[in-house]
Design a binder for this molecule. Structure first.
Ligand SMILES: Cc1cc2nc3c(=O)[nH]c(=O)nc-3n(C[C@H](O)[C@H](O)[C@H](O)COP(=O)(O)OP(=O)(O)OC[C@H]3O[C@@H](n4cnc5c(N)ncnc54)[C@H](O)[C@@H]3O)c2cc1C
Length: 807
């Protein structure tokens, strides 16, 4: 072999070593070995060895590497990287890394994904879902709640308390239900499909709030006092963080507490004077205990030398003197309890601080930790539950409602909407299952919870819009017969709360993901911040060279992906899902590569380039959502009938991912590099097409026809056939229509004329008189007509009924 071939082999061995992520020394040994063979059997000589040593020595020999590479790199790093604020640092420290870390690795391990256990309900949790949850759903009259009372009826409040709906997160030792996150998610899903007021009322105390904070950080006395009372519903909690001047920028709250001495129950005690103005606080008007976040100051040094202690959380009983609470906001006609809380110079003892005086100033960290769990559960589950209910109701309605002598669901334009509703519902349920299992495994997945919150609420918005379009005027006319309009009206609420969506997509997902999930970035930041210079150099050396190897590996993996289309990537299955695993593997390498390049080129300014950050976050998010979807398909036994739903979700996610990737590269600040990267990473544009018309047709049909795939899609929703249950009536009428159609066709054939599928009761009489059908068939036609007329009916009112209906 010629020298050129031997040199090529050496370079190739280094590429393969990098691709396989071999440690640096192992890679050098392999390359050196090939060089040796080339020297013995070929004609490689001294020059080759000299070049090899000059290139490799700085990496392999610490005494060369550290002074000449590591130290200047550390100095440069410190110059370009902005310091992290305490709130940013605490937000990043609060979470843990789970499947998001695998995605950032550039090489997700699919065996690991499928080895994660699936979510299961205990018999007790299942009984709760089948019993009290069904019961409370049956007690809700949405029109009464939303339009007339602007509140849940008192018997529903009492039932929720009695059955401990507010205590799903509270441990059994305090009298709570201590349900898994997975079970909580199933409860919220079912409630959300029935009533947004109900699901928010139950969701909030089980999410971020006094219960969660007390269990993690409360003193024994606080836990023993409050937790049993919260579990029994004797206390209703709320949590007040947001103020008029600090919404998204919650760390900037102007609300304050001043440590001082004061009189409390006849004695002089150490306490705080609190002044605050909070708004938008869910459950505040009915809360008996208010979790309050404020900044604590100790100007007289009563607690120590620190004057500004920072954000602190305390529990304030609602009857505390001077507390102004009880007024209500009116959130988009979805009248769950929500309102302002204000206080001016209220004195309370220090032991009102959650966790006592020791926890003064640690409130932000507490909130971030709890939020990283809560955001995985309540809003994503509300969104998934809403989407599943939309899929069931819209599928049934589209089959029942006819225009142009056809069910509207058989029209291609409507099929597009139905497919999007079905595909999204399938994916969203997959994501809530997977993510809540992560929480149950002990994770505090802050990045994943941001992904879930943003993407599921956005998909929910798309779904409810589609459902409204398919329902036409039926969705628009509010009244007791409308099961959609209120969900549509209230949709922006979930977009806004717990971190508004624009902020979540543009700042949080990638911003925190890159710091938290990247295998080396956080180590570099920590190393650079060390005060001991020797320690800093040692730690930085380890992190930065690990990082360089990681970046090289992802560059090789990305190029390999482009050259081969990913067809050589391993997939755990050999069926029609294999391609998705291969593509996701490649895009994970692209994400890791682009993360490093962007951070390397833009440094600290990447944080301000929100739109670039958002698109990298999209890559991360779509791989996460796709992983969860593939996992669901496998957990449910790889059901053939579910394939259209799976294919729709995967193709939609990967298509969107590719769009985000191309948009990112088109807008990369270094134009020529963006172009080069586009040619290298995605030279021919989309690798995956949008879901085809045939796939969408299959989903549309699946939604309109009872069957196992449809049942799985709506699994866990409140669809009982009890009289008065609108979802139940839809299901029953769907079945009746499908059963009545062949009878109707037979009659038309016998009469020799094509009638319209209306006035079936009259047709039944006529056919019975002519002996064309049996009594049972006539009964079916009459029942179908009754159900059909009820389903397409909308409400009307005397004018005065609509005037100021909410007292
Ligand atoms: C119905 C409801 C219930 C709520 N319940 C509670 C509760 O129980 N307790 C509580 O403490 N709070 C609660 N909130 C408050 C909620 O968390 C805030 O509304 C939310 O944080 C957004 O703040 P804001 O409405 O002031 O919007 P702003 O902060 O004014 O934001 C307006 C827009 O700007 C965007 N934006 C802001 N900063 C950035 C950025 N850096 N990059 C990109 N976009 C950005 C936001 O995404 C948003 O779209 C509730 C709110 C509502 C509406």
């Amino acid at each position: 072999m010629s020298d050129f071939i031997w040199v090529l082999l050496v370079i190739l061995s280094l590429c393969v070593a990098a691709y396989q992520r071999l440690p640096l020394m192992n890679a050098i040994i392999v390359a050196g070995g090939i060089l040796l063979v080339g020297t013995i059997f070929g004609s490689l000589g001294l020059l080759s060895w000299l070049v090899f040593i000059v290139v490799m020595a700085p990496f392999a020999v610490p005494s060369i590497r550290i002074p000449y590479l590591t130290k200047p790199m550390l100095a440069f790093y410190r110059k370009v990287m902005p310091e992290m604020s305490t709130t940013e640092q605490e937000a990043i420290d609060a979470g843990t890394v789970w499947w998001d870390g695998e995605i950032f690795s550039g090489r997700p391990d699919w065996q690991k994904l499928h080895a994660i256990p699936m979510g299961r309900l205990t018999p007790e949790e299942q009984a709760f879902l089948d019993g009290p949850v069904d019961k409370v759903c049956s007690m809700i009259d949405e029109w009464q709640v939303n339009h007339k009372d602007a509140d849940l009826p008192s018997e529903v409040w009492a039932y929720l308390k009695e059955h401990k709906f507010f205590a799903m997160i509270i441990k059994k030792e305090y009298g709570g239900l201590e349900f898994s996150a997975f079970a909580q998610s199933r409860v919220i899903q079912k409630l959300a499909g029935t009533s947004a007021v109900l699901s928010s009322t139950v969701g909030v105390p089980n999410s971020l709030g006094p219960g969660e904070l007390l269990q993690h950080y409360g003193t024994e006395a606080q836990k023993n006092h409050y937790l049993p009372r919260l579990a029994s519903g004797d206390e209703i909690p709320c949590f007040a963080l947001t103020s008029p001047e600090a919404g998204s920028d919650a760390g900037a709250i102007p609300d304050q507490g001043i440590v001082c001495k004061g009189e409390w129950e006849g004695e002089e005690v150490l306490g705080m004077r609190l002044t605050f103005d909070k708004r938008y606080i869910t459950l505040a008007p009915v809360a008996t205990v208010i979790g309050l976040a404020f900044k604590l100051y100790d100007p007289d040094g009563l607690l120590g030398s620190k004057k500004e202690l920072g954000i602190t959380c305390a529990l304030i009983p609602h009857d505390t003197k001077g507390l102004d609470v009880g007024r209500r906001h009116f959130p988009l006609n979805t009248p769950f309890q929500n309102g302002p809380v204000r206080g001016n110079d209220i004195f309370v003892p220090l032991d009102y601080i959650i966790g006592g005086a020791d926890m003064a100033g640690k409130g932000w960290r507490m909130l971030m930790e709890c939020l990283s769990v809560g955001r995985c559960i309540t809003l994503p589950s509300t969104s998934a539950g809403g989407a599943k209910s939309c899929a069931m109701s819209t599928g049934a309605y589209a089959r029942i409602r006819r225009q142009f002598k056809l069910p509207i669901g058989h029209m291609e334009g409507v099929e597009e909407m139905l497919a999007r509703i079905g595909g999204n519902a399938y994916m969203m349920d997959a994501v809530t299952r997977f993510s809540t299992v992560g929480v149950d495994l002990g994770e505090k997945p802050s990045v994943i919870s941001a992904i879930c919150k943003y993407h599921l609420t956005e998909r929910s918005r798309v779904t409810v819009n589609d459902a409204m379009d398919v329902h036409g005027g039926k969705g628009i006319m509010l009244g007791p017969n409308n099961y959609l309009g209120r969900g549509y009206q209230g949709m922006p609420i979930s977009i806004t709360v717990e971190g508004a969506n624009i902020l979540t997509r543009n700042m949080m997902i990638f911003g925190q993901g890159a710091m938290r999930c990247h295998p080396f970035v956080l180590d570099e930041i920590k190393a650079a911040a060390l005060s001991d210079e020797q320690e800093a150099i040692k730690a930085f050396d380890k992190a930065v060279f690990g990082h360089i190897g990681f970046a090289l590996a992802n560059a090789y993996r990305s190029i390999w992906f482009t050259l081969t289309g990913g067809y050589f990537h391993q997939s755990p299955f050999k069926d029609s899902t294999a391609r998705y695993y291969q593509l996701l593997q490649g895009y994970s390498a692209n994400l890791a590569l682009l993360t490093d390049l962007s951070m390397g080129i833009l440094g600290g300014t990447l944080k301000r380039r929100e739109r670039l950050s958002a698109r990298l976050g999209d890559l991360l998010s779509y791989i996460y959502l796709a992983s969860a979807t593939l996992k669901r398909f496998d957990e449910e036994g790889r059901q053939h009938e579910d394939l259209p739903l799976l294919h729709w979700a995967m193709q939609d996610l990967i298509y969107n991912l590719e769009t985000a990737l191309m948009d990112f590269l088109d807008n990369f600040p270094v134009k020529w590099l963006g172009l080069v990267l586009k040619l290298k990473l995605i030279p021919f544009g989309h690798r995956v097409s949008k879901p085809s018309d045939a796939t969408e047709h299959a989903i549309a049909r699946l939604l309109q026809q009872p069957g196992t795939a449809r049942t799985r899609l709506g699994q866990g929703q409140y669809l009982t056939r009890e009289p008065g249950s609108l979802p139940g009536e839809l299901e029953q009428t769907l079945e009746d229509v499908l059963a009545a159609e062949p009878v109707f066709d037979n009659i038309c054939r016998a009469l020799g004329e094509k009638r319209s599928f209306t006035q079936l009761d009259q047709l039944a009489e006529e056919a019975l008189a002519k002996d064309l059908i049996s009594e049972a068939e006539a009964e079916l036609l009459k029942r179908t007509e009754k159900g059909r007329a009820k389903i397409i009916a909308v409400d009307d009112f005397a004018p005065e009924e609509l005037v100021a209906a909410i007292r």
